[in-house]
Ligand binder design. Sequence first.
Ligand SMILES: [Zn+2]
Length: 244
Amino acid sequence: MKLFTPAWKSNDEKKAQAWIAGCGSQKKLTVIAKEAPGIERRVAAIKKITDQEILMQAAIGGSRFYNDETLSSSDRRLYNLQHRYPDEACQEAAIECISDPEVLYRIAEEGPYHDARYSDHVTGTVVMKLRDAGYDMEAMAANPELPYETRCAAIGYVGSQDFLIRLADEEARAKGKRITVLRKAIQAISDPAARKRFCATEKTHEWESVSYEVKEIGDTRFITSVERCRYCGQEKEELESYKF
Ligand SMILES: [Zn+2]
């Protein structure tokens, strides 16, 4: 007995794509977005979905929306190689299709809480679209009710140095402060002295090795390494020694 395979599940990519291109049913397109064996097909279906609520679910993604089981092993392998979740291409396509700024704002409010697979890159695109729609980036950056991912993306669009210093100040004092937001604010401050002052009092340093030097005296090896904070630019020297 030959079982009927819908065209969008066909092994023939061209046939599947042509069928999706001609599909007029929003309901079917939603099923394809969730279940199709190839990411390209899921993306093609998402691009034809107009329902903003469904696009919001597709944008947030995760296993509650996308069926991992039906994804072909070759597509899964490809994304494993790229260290990306297969959802990411679908999430990006969905965000592109969302025209209602209120829906975008809800994604900015809720997205990062929903699923670990919701990507930072998608947050960045959502916040950029909100900025283009005229949303106040300073208000979003300062809003403690928003997820820190969204706040950090908004900080990237703030130009006022006065605001950034005020934000870092408030954030440093806040109960339940998010060190990620504070660091992002410090990084955006252009005055090196102010950056160093915040970083030193709030201990937000994150050291990266810049250079090191090895010297051997007798049976002892001395290693001097210079480390630099990626947020404030402060440098420090570490000396280690051991006998060999
Ligand atoms: Zn620092």
